[in-house]
Structure formats: structure tokens, C-alpha cells
Write a protein that binds this ligand. Sequence first.
Ligand code: SF4
Ligand code: FES
Length: 316
Amino acid sequence: MHHDDSRSETVTLRIHRFAPRPQRDRDRARGGSPFARKSSPFGDSGSRSARRTRGKQWVQDYQLEVRPDDTLLDCLLTIKREVDPTLAFRYSCGHGMCGSDAVAVNGTPTLLCKAKVRDWIQQLPGAAHDDEGFRRTGDVDDEAQPGTPKHPVDAPSGGTIELAPLPGFPVQRDLIADIDSMLEQITRLKPYLIADGTLATTVDGKVDVFEYLQKPEQLAQYETLTTCITCGVCEGACPVYAGGEAFIGPAALINQARFVNDSRDMATAQRLEAIDSADGIQACQSVRACSRECPVGIDVGEEIWQLIAKVKEREV
Ligand code: SF4
Ligand code: FES
């Protein structure tokens, strides 16, 4: 069937907005030291809610002429430029490389720049695809690519897409989540190669190559994990992490697995020890929602499962 993807349609973007209280009101409300922090083995993994900023929340609808192949980032940029310059969202690369634009679309964490209107538009139940390629509610492929909708809800005709900040993180403003807790947890786990410092030398003792050499099959053990863009989508999809439990979260565990699986890294024992705690890998309930949403296709749940096996092996 021929689809004319240039045809536009009016869509409602239903956006969950948030404006923080001015800083001086926040300082007054806090009433104590601005440096006070709750403590936990992973610093903030159990105190994400403590960072929550107070402010005003509301839901705002924007009607927009869009094409099926427009991304949700395209839509937000149009709103920002032509309709409402106060709308706040974060993005950088615009094509799935930087991981800065994760939000919840129709309740599912995904990247704005990878999400196409055609895949997320929702209409009244029972409607089908039209000839122009717009997807209708109830018409969701089981074999959908990562990032396609899985939670359609009722919506007025004309089509609605609901956008909210990434679950599991405090909101800074509108669609911008504060992901510092995730980045701090990753940093705490030493996200760099800890090699033994022995470089290949020539017969006369000079350094031959400033590289730690590795066979292709050794690289294959962790190469996929290096593609993680630290977007936090897996964390937002995880019912344990996004549910507010004390949990270091799947993104930090994937980062740790990347080095545990690297033959050049000499800190495996310390790395496994570091995550073996009640709010570390023990908090993972193997729900595997993290795998369904990863925009780069890492099977997050399976990787964590293998990491759990390594932690257990070391205990016997
Ligand atoms: S594992 Fe995937 S979903 Fe999780 S932070 Fe990395 S790229 Fe994002
Ligand atoms: S803007 Fe960089 S991943 Fe979407």
C-alpha cells in the first residue's frame, strides 16, 4: 500500500509540565542546611525522592500539524519555536547518540529523537491504521522495535501523544529529569579500565605499543555493553528503580558488567564486591522491563542475570 508520509494530521501533545518554586522559597521550605544529604551505600540510590523539588504541576495540551515520520523531538522543537517558548526539554545530538532526551511517552520511557509520531499516536480503541501510515490504538505489533508503544490508552479522536518526564527521577522542569543520581552511582563504581599496567615491550625493553591487547573473541564479551548511552530509559522502565526502592539501578549494573566482562580489567573481584549489597544487584527482581526499552538494543535484564551468576559464583 502506498503511504504518503508528507500528509500532515492534527495531533494533540499532552505534556506534563512542572515549574519549580523559586530558589529562595525552596531554601526557606528546607529550613536546614542546603548541604544535608541522606546517606546510603550508593549515596543517592535510596534518596532520589529527597531531591524532589517542590513546584507547580499541570498538564498542557498543544495541537500541532505533524507528519507520521516526524519525531517527537521535531514536535517539541516546533512548539518551542512557534507556540510556547517556555516549554522545557533536553536534547543534544538529535539522533540517538547522546542519551539526553529520555522521557515517558504514553507511559513508556523512550528517546524523543527516536520516537516517531506514527508509532505513538493514540486514538479511540478499535480504530485501525489509515492509508497515511498513522498507527491507531490497539494496533501494536508484538514484534515492534525497541521504543514502539506498548501501553495504548483511550484518547480523543484526532490523536493524542502523552509526554511526561522520565520516571524514577526528580523533575527539574517540564520534561527535564534530574539524572545526577544515576551518573553519581556509575561514577562511584569506577567506570574506567583498571588494567595491570603491563604494556607490551620490545626485546630491548622499550614499550612496544601503548595498548592493552585483546583478541576479537575477548572484545565480543563486552562490546555491546560499550554502546550504552546512559540515557536512563532502563531505569525509568524498571519497576524497582522507578518505584522508588533503594536500588543502584540497571544502568549502573550495565556499566559495571562492561568492565567485569573485559579481559583487560583487573578489578573484577572488587567490582563484584561493590555491587553485592541489598541496594545493589540483590535488589534486582529480574522483571526484565529494562530489556524491552533499551534504545541501543542491549538485553539489559540478561546481562544483569549473568552478572548475578558471577556474584554468586564468587560466593561459593
Ligand atoms: S542500558 Fe540501554 S536503556 Fe539503559 S542506560 Fe544504557 S542505553 Fe539506556
Ligand atoms: S538527542 Fe541525543 S539521543 Fe536523542
